[in-house]
Design a protein. Structure first.
Length: 208
C-alpha cells in the first residue's frame, strides 16, 4: 500500500519497519533491558532473527546467541518452524529476544508457552509486536483500509493492547511516542493504545 510504505520511510516517523528495522525505538527500548542482563556465560535465543542484526548486537554484549527463523536469511540461522515446539531443552536460555515476530505466527499462545519453557528460572523475554490499533489505523479505516490490508501480507495477528494483556497479563508493557526526533518511552495504557505503533514486552519467566 503506497501510503503506508511512504510513512514507513519518512525519517521522522518510526513505525518499526522500512528504514527503521534496525533502529526502531521499540527495539532500542528492548535492547536497553538486554544490556544489564549480559554477563559472561549467558545464553540468548534470537527467535525470528531475520538478517542477524540483533543476533550480532546480543553477541557483542557477550551472550552466546542461537539464531532461529523460518528461513535462512542469515548465515548462522537455524531454520525452524516457530509455530511448533522448539527443539531446545527446558531452561536453556537466559534471554529470549523476539522482535516483530509474534504477529507472523498462527499460534502466539503456543510460542509464549515454549518461550517460558526454554527460559531459565531467572531468564527474561524481550519481545516487540505491532499495535494494530494506534491512531493511524482508525484514520485509515475512513478510506476503507484495515490493519490487515495495510500491514505485511504475512501478518496473521493484529494485536490491540487488550490482546497483549491477555497474552502477557503480568509483563511490563511499554511503547513510545514516535514522532519527530525526540521519542519518549511510554507505559500508560491510554497512551500505549492510542500513540505507540509498537508494543514492547519485558517479562521474567515467572511473569509469563
Amino acid at each position: 500500500m503506497g501510503v503506508i510504505n511512504f510513512l514507513k520511510n519518512l525519517p521522522l516517523i518510526d513505525i518499526g519497519t522500512g528504514h527503521m528495522r534496525h533502529s526502531a525505538k521499540s527495539k532500542q527500548i528492548a535492547y536497553c533491558f538486554a544490556v544489564p542482563e549480559a554477563t559472561p556465560g549467558k545464553t540468548a535465543l534470537d527467535m525470528g532473527c531475520g538478517d542477524g542484526f540483533w543476533s550480532g548486537k546480543l553477541a557483542s554484549l557477550g551472550f552466546t546467541v542461537t539464531s532461529v527463523d523460518h528461513d535462512k536469511y542469515y548465515e548462522k540461522t537455524q531454520v525452524l518452524n516457530l509455530d511448533s515446539k522448539l527443539p531446545f531443552g527446558d531452561s536453556s536460555f537466559d534471554l529470549v529476544w523476539s522482535t516483530d515476530v509474534l504477529e507472523h505466527l498462527q499460534n502466539p499462545a503456543l510460542a509464549i508457552q515454549e518461550i517460558k519453557r526454554i527460559l531459565k528460572p531467572k531468564g527474561i523475554l524481550l519481545l516487540t509486536t505491532p499495535n494494530s490499533y494506534f491512531w493511524l489505523y482508525p484514520l485509515m479505516r475512513i478510506f476503507g483500509h484495515t490493519p490487515k490490508s495495510l500491514q505485511n501480507p504475512d501478518h496473521k495477528q493484529f494485536f490491540s493492547l487488550t490482546d497483549i494483556r491477555k497474552l502477557f497479563p503480568r509483563a511490563q508493557v511499554l511503547g513510545f511516542f514516535p514522532y519527530v526526533i525526540l521519542k519518549f518511552t511510554i507505559s500508560h495504557p491510554t497512551l500505549l493504545h492510542h500513540l505507540s505503533p509498537t508494543f514492547v514486552m519485558v517479562a521474567r519467566k515467572k511473569e509469563l
